[in-house]
Design a protein. Structure first.
Length: 704
């Protein structure tokens, strides 16, 4: 027993050895919460308070469940195979398999993943002859899942208008179809299990009497239905040991209710709240910055991280002139760190929006630095980017069958698999590309495929004289890609990535030495293919880690770069539009980002950032202001990034007061300038189009 409790600090020991009471463990970042959870279970079993079958342990990922099981096996000489340790979905699946008849399910019921669910909804809409433009399938999936996660069936759903009425009817049809086919989606696993326990008293009592101790990890991430499920199981006298950190609740968009922790404290835990505040991960200055940030949030349960590892280095702050300048700084710093012996895998670059990775990936590619995108795809591998590039490839080469097949029915145009089979057979027969074979098709297939071919022809004509960035923007809009993603609930991120593709084209055009005989489009497509295929880290190879802040939760690195700290980006404008709650969630996200760093932390922002192929002037994030000055080591003096307001000689002969012409905005007058060399930019008054800051590196301004 003494071995089991060795090396626990006082609050950890207090949590592990609590008597049989409901308790809330506020576990700060890096405070050893997994150790406390597993040691609590081991202590309960070692002291004879409960057997392996009397424990229910809930985690949020299968990886966490496996880790808990492995640690438990090392701590106590007990076979853990029969123990109920798993995710909410995994545990509900286990219970429903054991009681499938009572749950009204076939013994061999199948589980739909998100892709299967989307396919079923699409099939349902087609069978009912419903317009999938008016009722987008992905949006309908979100509607159904959100209701289920609130414990609401179609019959109980509130209806506010005719549109919602129709969606509720489709939800009901979807339920009927799932029941007919004997399948359940992820949200259904939990809801079906909850309903079964709620209505079947003998079964409920059986599990309430079986599980004497219920332990929950990442309690701050529970949604309304998950909390209700836990309360149902604990209703027979089981003691709940809830571990979480309200300061790391960052999944409101998935339905997580940070308020569950306050409710649990009020209704169940009472005075049995233990704070794990000693951090075993980060140096003191990093923790001081995290504490200073998060104290601006209201209604926290409250804790203050500390460490006995010393203050460590100050946080390095860098204000770049542009997003390209920021990327160069970050990659140069990493190369220097690696030369000094820091493993590349211990260097992480974090960003709020996945679209930010493009400029960072470009610089990593240019410097030949291997990297991995954690929890996501590299920029040029993302679905929406590959779709846009496929359209562009068809403009350059109509015989590209791979590009043709990728987008001929995306966005959907009613071109089915049978039509494509006929087209491929015809193309093979006449030894032609699919594009050219389209003219040989007849009937409905000939009409739908023919309409796609005409779309490509129109796009080719409309873009023939456009600069590359405007060509890319035109294709994204007129192909229907932009509109398709606008109708998706989570399409905002894909739209941001498409905007970043326009920026990539603008950046590429500037480097005219790379444009070959095939012209800008062919050269850009070749560049995209090369950047997508090279510098991917092989198995076991040292590689810089890139990821969104959401993907970084639960991870830690020696060196962390938090990039893009600008108002509207981090905190993100979508969140700040939701008022104080949205801003506080963004601050929690920043708190998570800061506490990923063990030894060294960089924070950076840019004065200008490309948006829609144009330069946007940025304001530093309010979060930077919330970090005390004495914790920061500023790597450039205030105003240094935009020090020289001269145009000449880098301004190409332009001067303030001069009239110039721009391809998109028309005639304007230069009213201000700043920066020099590659960073020079001018402010132009275009009258009806307003004042625009334009980087001379990209903007084509012709003196009038």
């Amino acid at each position: 027993m003494s071995d089991l409790l060795t090396n626990l600090n006082v609050p950890q020991l207090q949590a592990v050895t609590l008597p049989p009471v409901h308790s809330l463990i506020l576990a700060g970042a890096g405070s050893g919460k997994t150790r406390v959870l597993t040691t609590r279970i081991a202590w309960l079993m070692s002291t004879g308070q409960v057997g392996p079958h009397g424990v229910l342990a809930v985690t949020f990922t299968n990886k966490a469940a496996r880790e808990m099981t492995a640690r438990l096996s090392a701590l106590v000489p007990i076979n853990t195979r029969g123990m109920w340790i798993g995710t909410f979905h995994g545990l509900c699946n286990r219970l429903l398999r054991a009681h499938y008849r009572e749950a009204g399910l076939p013994q061999t019921f199948q589980i739909l993943d998100s892709a299967d669910q989307l396919a079923m909804v699409k099939r349902l809409l087609k069978n009912l002859n419903i317009d999938d433009q008016k009722y987008p399938p992905r949006e309908l999936c979100h509607f159904i899942n959100a209701h289920k996660e609130q414990g609401v069936r179609a019959a109980q759903a509130e209806v506010y208008d005719n549109y919602t009425q129709k969606r509720v009817e489709l939800y009901s049809e979807y339920e009927t179809q799932c029941n007919r086919e004997g399948v359940v989606d992820f949200a259904e696993l939990l809801l079906r299990c909850y309903e079964l326990l709620q209505r079947n008293e003998p079964l409920r009592k059986h599990y309430q009497e079986r599980f004497r101790y219920i332990l929950v990890d990442e309690f701050q991430d529970t949604n309304k239905l998950q909390y209700a499920w836990l309360k149902l199981l604990a209703g027979g006298g089981a003691r709940v040991f809830a571990v979480g950190d309200d300061d790391q609740s960052i999944y409101a968009f998935r339905g997580a209710e940070v308020g569950n922790m306050r409710e649990f404290e009020r209704d169940w835990a009472g005075d049995n709240v233990i704070r794990l505040e000693q951090n075993y991960r980060s140096h003191g200055n990093i923790l001081a910055a995290a504490n200073a940030l998060i104290k601006h949030n209201r209604e926290r349960l409250g804790k203050n991280l500390w460490t006995d590892a010393g203050a460590g280095e100050r946080i390095r702050a860098f204000e770049a002139y542009s997003d390209l300048d920021e990327a160069r700084f970050v990659i140069d710093e990493i190369r220097e760190l690696v030369r000094d012996g820091v493993p590349a895998t211990q260097c992480a670059i974090l960003y709020r929006s996945n679209a930010q990775s493009r400029v960072l990936e470009h610089e990593l590619f240019a410097k030949g630095v291997p990297y991995k995108v954690y929890g996501g795809l590299r920029f040029f591998e993302r679905q929406e980017i590959k779709h846009a590039l496929a359209y562009l490839r068809l403009l350059g080469n109509a015989d590209d069958d791979t590009a043709f097949l990728r987008v001929v029915n995306f966005p959907t145009r009613g071109i089915g698999a049978r039509s494509l089979e006929n087209l491929q057979a015809t193309a093979h027969q006449i030894n032609s590309s699919l594009y050219n074979a389209a003219a040989s098709l007849s009937g409905k297939a000939g009409q739908t495929v023919g309409a796609f071919v005409r779309l490509i022809e129109v796009l080719r004509q409309e873009t023939v004289n456009l600069p590359l960035p405007e060509m890319v923007e035109h294709v994204i809009e007129k192909s229907g890609l932009a509109q398709h993603y606008r109708t998706e609930k989570e399409g905002q991120e894909r739209l941001e990535n498409l905007d970043e593709l326009i920026n990539a084209a603008a950046t590429f055009v500037d480097d005219e030495g790379t444009i070959g005989e095939g012209g800008a489009l062919a050269s850009f497509l070749a560049h995209a293919s090369l950047e997508a295929g090279e510098h991917q880290a092989g198995e076991g190879q040292e590689a810089v880690q890139l990821m969104s802040v959401h993907a970084a939760k639960g991870l830690e690195f020696d060196v962390v770069f938090i990039t893009g700290l600008e108002q509207g980006l981090f905190p993100h404008e979508n969140s700040t539009a939701q008022g104080r709650e949205g801003l506080e969630e963004e601050r929690r996200l920043m708190y998570v980002a800061v506490t990923r760093a063990r030894k060294r932390l960089y924070v950076s922002c840019a004065q200008t950032r490309m948006l829609h192929g144009q330069t946007r002037y940025c304001v530093p994030s309010a979060f930077l202001e919330e970090i005390p000055e004495n914790l920061l080591l500023k790597l450039n003096k205030k105003g240094e990034a935009a020090a020289a307001p001269a145009l000449s000689p880098s301004g190409g002969g332009l001067r303030i007061g001069q009239t110039v012409e721009h391809g998109r905005f028309g005639i304007g007058v230069i009213v201000a300038s700043e920066g020099r060399g590659a960073d020079a930019r001018v402010q132009v008054n275009f009258g009806g189009s307003g004042l625009k800051w334009l980087a001379l590196e990209y903007a084509k301004l012709t003196p009038v």
